[in-house]
Design a protein around this ligand. Structure first.
Ligand code: ADP
Length: 348
């Protein structure tokens, strides 16, 4: 059964359309993520799902019940939706136990205490019930915010950039931990973030948004290996888009003829872009094509090299850091034999 469903959702602020005809669904127990750069409409969509924004078109349903349409917006408190924000928003004057209790304070006392203990166990903070938020680290506060949101057993949990205030390394491990907790509770959740590593660590399915439009919805694997357009190809992971020509069923590039997979929509055109990931570029002193090394970044196991192939074409290459080349060197390059992904040509 589909838990959360958006159909042709459009949201306008005056004359500006912030979200255009968005369709997706999140099934029971799934964790989904809306990913995109700042200003793409993620927060607007999340706020509409929470009931804080009205739809100008389309509809939004939860467990088969329409909760928003252009005509009607069910009040936030009637939606059975929990929320976790970047700034935790814990009540500073309430103990940890009372923070978690907040959404279940009308239940019988015994049930409250039992649920608080269950949740403290879930977030690995048993024994912290009498402390106050300022006595906890940022990561611990975020786990309490999660426990508080989960206490009333919401039908859907919304997470708005929940790890945004943590440093980059902590973010990914927190995202993994939170994923495990949500899976343990069987919670259906929707996360919004601009950070793809957070999205990859946490979500089963990811929707990439740009300028209010959903560009692609799929697994992290599909977004990385089968991006449907140039925006997704360049936003997810690293790589370069190399110009290619489709002629008589052959794909020709400056690095020779390549095998390719293309969407039918691309086969009516000659000019395409070929997605080249850095791990598919080999540096090889004896390769026939050469490139100029413009910069390199140490990545531990590997160096990430930026290469200039010719006046217009650039490539990124990942190569073992045991043997290295210098900036300014001319080096042979070749591509790993594989099936390359084509996207619509859009070099501007
Ligand atoms: P994101 O969360 O992806 O950074 P938002 O959903 O906040 O993006 O914003 C999407 C677009 O809608 C932006 O162009 C933003 O300027 C606009 N917008 C957001 N909130 C309002 C508002 N209350 N009034 C007018 N425009 C808004």
């Amino acid at each position: 059964m589909s838990q959360l469903k958006l159909e042709q959702v459009e949201i306008r602020y005056g004359l500006t359309t912030a979200v255009h005809a968005v369709d997706f669904q999140v099934n029971q127990g799934q964790i989904a993520c809306l990913l995109g750069p700042s200003g793409c409409g993620k927060t607007t969509l999340l706020r509409a799902i929470a009931g804080f924004e009205q739809l100008s078109q389309g509809k939004l349903s939860l467990n088969g019940e329409i909760i928003s349409s252009a005509q009607h917006t069910l009040a936030t408190e009637q939606r059975k939706i929990g929320m976790v924000f970047q700034d935790y928003a814990l009540f500073p004057h309430l103990s940890i136990a009372d923070n978690i209790r907040f959404g279940i304070r009308k239940q019988p006392h015994k049930a409250q205490e039992q649920r608080i203990q269950e949740l403290l166990e879930l977030v690995s903070l048993v024994g912290y019930e009498r402390r106050y938020p300022h006595e906890l680290s940022g990561g611990q506060q975020q786990r309490i915010a999660l426990a508080r949101a989960l206490a009333p057993k919401p039908a859907l949990l919304l997470l708005d950039e929940p790890f945004g205030s943590q440093d980059t390394e902590l973010r990914e491990s927190l995202a993994r931990e939170v994923r495990e907790m949500l899976k343990q509770e069987g919670i259906t959740a929707l996360l919004v973030t601009h950070d793809q590593h957070e999205a990859f660590a946490m979500a089963d399915e990811i929707g990439v948004l740009q300028a209010g439009r959903l560009q692609q919805w799929g697994s992290a694997y599909a977004l990385y290996h089968q991006p449907q357009n140039a925006f997704v190809a360049s936003f997810i992971g690293q790589g370069s888009l190399l110009p290619g020509k489709l002629q008589a069923g052959k794909l020709l590039t400056s690095l020779g003829e390549l095998e390719y997979s293309a969407y039918e929509a691309l086969l009516d055109t000659e000019e395409v872009a070929v997605l080249i990931r850095p791990e598919h570029v080999k540096l090889h002193p004896s390769a026939t094509q050469s490139a100029f090394i413009t910069s390199k970044v140490f990545r531990g196991n590997e160096y990430l090299y930026s290469l200039q192939l010719n006046k217009q074409e650039r490539l990124l290459a990942l190569a073992s850091s045991e043997k290295f080349y210098s900036v300014g060197e001319q080096i042979g390059v070749e591509l790993v034999p594989r099936i390359y992904t084509l996207v619509r040509h859009n070099f501007n």
